[in-house]
Design a binder for this molecule. Structure first.
Ligand code: DCP
Ligand code: MG
Length: 441
């Protein structure tokens, strides 16, 4: 625990839904649910307007529809979330060299190295207020909730206290007063299973936990976990803010506007991605042992599978073969929205070189063509489209051969709604320019 509240945690509010409301003016101030819109889909997130009806992340979309039938149910646009996340992370990195992203919409920032004259409450609070204003400005109106505290644990708890659009500072010395009445699940590492075990031992709050001896906790939860909780229950947390280090993996992924169902096509895409990964590894003189594939299903579940090779490789053929093999274990019959290949466990030398001369990479690049929405005729709710006469808009709904579009963008006022035949040649999916490749490791 530090002497000053110099750890900042920032978390964007209702992230995916907020991006949708920014880009779809007619949905601002309205209930919006983003997630799998099909029969077995789950909610990824809901706007705060929808949350008042009890809709929340991980709930089935079916249940969300019954709780809030008038919400807009959108299937998500990952390119927009990723681009927005990049803007926010760049802004944080400009504020401090020590930024540790936790997910697309969440990061720790260490203020000890941000060039502030001091770390007194007034100074760090003003810094945080300014950062929140900058985020709003740079993202076109998204709000972030920020917490400041003497450790990562406290900063993260604090950012959640006044959501959405909040700023909470926990002054040094007040940590335990804040934590004691809270449920044990507030502690990082206390998931449902641990919480249940503690509950059976009569431990509900942090205060209850604080009263338990180290021996007893170790007996209940094992040495590492029990020991960790013993300290966190006392707000003792010295974990440093660790900036993203050199890439520990090289990966390539693609998101698709339509649900891919053809196995051959998916294998082709994985092979092509394996080629790109291998090319980047070779370019940087790297090789890796663990091949991972990432697959996001139509209902938003994201799966990853990996396999570790006996020795590192930088070969397209090896990576592609493993990636295709990993795909065979997954049930993708409902359709796939994202595919990716990565190699981790990087080393800067290649074992295979020790045993022979540099062989040609024998994998032949494959020609694959991803079907467009027109070929598949799927118009996912929320997706970006462009109409020859009407300009940019988004799919409001589709069915029975008709697709309904609302014509508006982040910069326009709420726009008109028009319906078209699903195969209207004037209407096509709108895809943003490919963003520049991430900087090499
Ligand atoms: N997400 C998801 N599936 C989940 C949880 C989250 O796909 N089970 C996605 C959607 C969220 C984003 O990650 O918008 C960020 O997650 P958060 O937990 O920060 O949730 P939100 O930002 O949506 O809401 P909050 O205002 O509570 O932070
Ligand atoms: Mg968030």
């Amino acid at each position: 625990m530090r002497a000053h509240a110099s750890v900042l945690h920032l978390d964007l509010d209702a992230f995916f839904a907020a991006v949708e409301q920014r880009d779809k003016p007619s949905l601002r101030g309205k209930p919006v649910v983003v997630g799998g819109v099909g029969g077995r889909g789950v909610v990824a997130t809901a706007s705060y307007e929808a949350r008042t009806y009890g809709v929340h992340s991980a709930m089935s979309t079916r249940e969300a529809r019954s709780r809030c039938p008038h919400a807009a149910f959108l299937s998500g646009r990952f390119h927009a979330y990723r681009d927005t996340s990049k803007v926010v992370m760049a802004l944080l990195r400009a504020a401090s060299p020590l930024v540790e992203p936790l997910s697309l919409d969440e990061a720790f920032v260490d203020l000890e190295h941000s060039g502030l004259p001091d770390l007194e409450i007034e100074t760090v609070t003003a810094f945080a207020a300014d950062l929140r204003a900058q985020v709003r400005e740079a993202t076109g109106g998204l709000t972030a909730s920020v917490g400041l505290g003497t450790s990562k644990f406290i900063a993260k708890v604090a950012s959640d206290l006044d959501k959405p659009d909040g700023l909470t500072v926990v002054p040094p010395g007040t940590e335990l007063t804040l934590l004691r009445p809270m449920r044990v699940s507030v502690i990082p590492g206390v998931g449902p299973a641990t919480a249940e075990r503690l509950r059976r031992a009569g431990i509900h709050t942090v205060e209850d936990l604080e009263a338990v001896s180290l021996d007893e906790l170790v007996r209940l939860l094992g040495k590492a976990h029990g020991g960790g909780l013993y300290h966190l229950a006392r707000a003792e947390d010295d974990r440093p803010v660790v900036p993203e280090r050199e890439a520990k993996s090289v990966s390539v992924e693609g998101t698709y506007d339509t649900d891919l169902t053809d196995r051959r096509l998916m294998e082709g895409l994985l092979t092509r991605q394996a080629g790109e990964v291998a090319g980047r590894l070779r370019k940087h003189g790297l090789s890796g042992r663990t091949v991972t594939i990432k697959v996001r299903l139509h209902d938003f579940t994201t799966l990853s599978r990996s396999s570790t090779l006996p020795s590192p490789t930088d070969r397209t053929s090896t990576i592609a073969r493993v990636a295709r093999g990993l795909l065979t274990d997954l049930d993708t019959s409902g359709g796939v929205r994202l595919l990716g290949v990565g190699v981790s466990g990087l080393a800067d030398w290649i074992q295979e070189d020790l045993f022979g001369e540099d062989q040609e990479d024998e994998e032949v690049p494959v020609e694959v063509e991803v079907p467009t929405s027109r070929q598949r005729r799927t118009w996912a709710p929320g997706m970006d489209v462009v109409h020859a006469g009407m300009g940019r808009g988004w799919v409001w709904g589709s069915g029975r051969g008709v697709v309904t579009v609302r014509f508006e963008t982040a910069e326009s006022p709420a726009g008109p709604v028009r319906s078209f035949a699903e195969d209207d040649p004037e209407l096509s999916p709108w895809v943003p320019q490919e963003p520049a490749e991430d900087p090499p490791p």
